[in-house]
Design a protein around this ligand. Structure first.
Ligand code: SF4
Ligand code: MG
Length: 461
């Protein structure tokens, strides 16, 4: 999912809209914007793409100088309008709206306890737990209630919240998901403060990146300015390395590091680790492009777009149903026969999840006349599901959880197949920032205590 917050702009709704437009790649199922004008809190949500939901007429119904927004792809809870965000809850502490990227993991009895205390849940989404915890907190002030609630939940959350007169932004103590703070300098008035999942959203708003919200930090923005507190300390950082592999846009800087740079390094390292003689490097667009450029630069083998993507088809992985995804692959990609014919091709993609897409693409390239098809993947084999906000399928559907690299190679019918090593990936995302990452989908070692054990046991397939 993608989240955004705007404070102190005469047309906050439109700013949120533009930011969500730039974050559309993080979720395409539903989107929503809530605004506040010190008196009321308006909220409009819809299914589908940001630009289709928020026409001028709709934006005109969202007055106020503050806004939060969300673009969703479902991980927990049903994929329905009911679970679209922002979620708005009316409580003894007033109206609160929340937009959440990530997944909470220790929900077990919190929900039951809250319901016993009289909480009435409007959604089946895990995100509502946070607002209900705030609503039922005994802390004296709202900011104490928020800090108190955030320390009771575990898992991944980059969240923005809004009341009638304030904006809050927070990240979980491990900093799984990105969240940055930026500023639009207004020469004749207070600055506009913005928060967004990725910095690519700032460019469209002409906001300057100021800093990242720190893991375990809660930032509050009021008319008096920005204040912050560290509600949790001492937990080691485990930011999601898959953001660098696939999820984030290359023009974003997340966890203090340009995604473009990480992917370029992944490609270069992949070329060093598992080079093979070939005539042409072909990326699987769009997710394989930047790594393929790195691979080409390092190996000296020319790069070209041998597969053309139809840009009117969304991200295939993010479609929740396998049926839609299968159809999507054919709709989405088409080979450029004159580039591929008679050539030895190295295909570069970011990941193999189920293997179905990769199999179709290898076949497509071969049918277009390629003499050899070598597949290189810019991360290690995905052997374990994510519980922190990326919708990887259950373990039994992950091809690498149940098959060796050689078995996968045979299944996808490639001449050779190689993955980037875990060390190589970590180095590529390390840089001078000295980041520490979650790599659980490649190792099965999860940084939080609670995970769905059923799901990580070896699959009986
Ligand atoms: Fe990211 Fe994988 Fe960790 Fe999930 S399990 S947070 S996708 S690195
Ligand atoms: Mg892809």
């Amino acid at each position: 999912c993608g989240v955004v917050a705007i404070h102190g702009h005469p047309d906050a709704a439109r700013q949120a809209y533009l930011a969500l437009y730039a974050l559309q790649h993080r979720g395409q199922e539903s989107a929503g914007i809530a605004t506040a004008d010190y008196k009321n809190l308006s909220n409009i949500k819809g299914m589908g793409l940001v630009a289709d939901i928020f026409t001028d007429d709709v934006l005109a119904k969202l007055p106020g100088e503050m806004a939060i927004g969300h673009t969703r792809y479902s991980t927990t809870g049903d994929s329905a309008l009911l679970n679209a965000q922002p979620i708005r809850v009316d409580s003894t502490k007033g109206l609160i709206a929340i937009a959440h990227n990530g997944n909470l993991v220790n929900l077990g009895n919190i929900r039951t306890r809250l319901e016993r205390d009289g909480a009435f849940f409007q959604t089946t989404s895990d995100s509502e737990i946070i607002v209900q915890l705030i609503a039922h907190s005994h802390a004296g002030t709202l900011v104490d209630a928020i800090a108190d609630s955030l320390s009771q939940v575990d898992g991944a959350f980059s969240i923005v919240m809004m009341t009638r007169d304030r904006i809050f932004a927070a990240r979980d103590p491990r900093g799984f998901r990105p969240l940055s703070m930026g500023r639009i300098v207004n020469p004749d008035g207070p600055d506009t403060i913005v928060f967004a999942s990725e910095t690519c959203a700032f460019d469209l708003l002409r906001a300057k990146w100021e800093r990242d919200v720190k893991p375990g930090e809660l930032v509050m923005v009021t008319q008096d300015g920005v204040t912050s507190r560290q509600y949790s300390t001492g937990v080691p950082q485990t930011s999601c390395i898959f953001e660098h592999v696939y999820f984030a846009r290359p023009d974003s800087r997340i966890f203090g590091r340009w995604v473009q740079e990480s992917r370029d390094q992944m490609g270069r390292q992949l070329a060093r680790e598992s080079g093979v003689p070939a005539d042409l490097i072909v990326p699987v667009p769009d997710s394989g492009v930047t790594a393929a450029l790195g691979y080409s630069a390092e190996s000296g083998i020319p790069f070209n777009f041998g597969l053309i993507r139809n840009h009117y088809v969304g991200r295939t992985f993010i479609e929740p149903e396998q049926r839609v995804r299968d159809f999507g692959v054919k709709l989405k990609l088409n080979p450029v026969r004159n580039l591929l014919e008679g050539k030895r091709i190295i295909l570069i993609d970011d990941s193999i999840i189920r293997g179905t897409t990769s199999r179709k693409i290898v076949r497509m390239v071969r049918q277009a006349g390629a003499k050899e098809v070598h597949l290189r993947i810019s991360c290690p084999p995905t052997i374990s599901p994510c519980f922190y906000g990326v919708d990887t399928p259950r373990k039994k559907e992950l091809i690498a959880a149940n098959n060796s690299v050689e078995e996968i190679r045979r299944y996808i019918e490639a001449d050779t197949l190689a993955y980037l090593s875990l060390d190589g990936l970590e180095q590529a995302c390390h840089g001078v920032e000295n980041n520490h990452y979650c790599t659980a989908c490649y190792t099965g070692i999860y940084p939080t205590q609670w995970v769905d054990v059923e799901d990580i046991l070896p699959a009986a397939v």
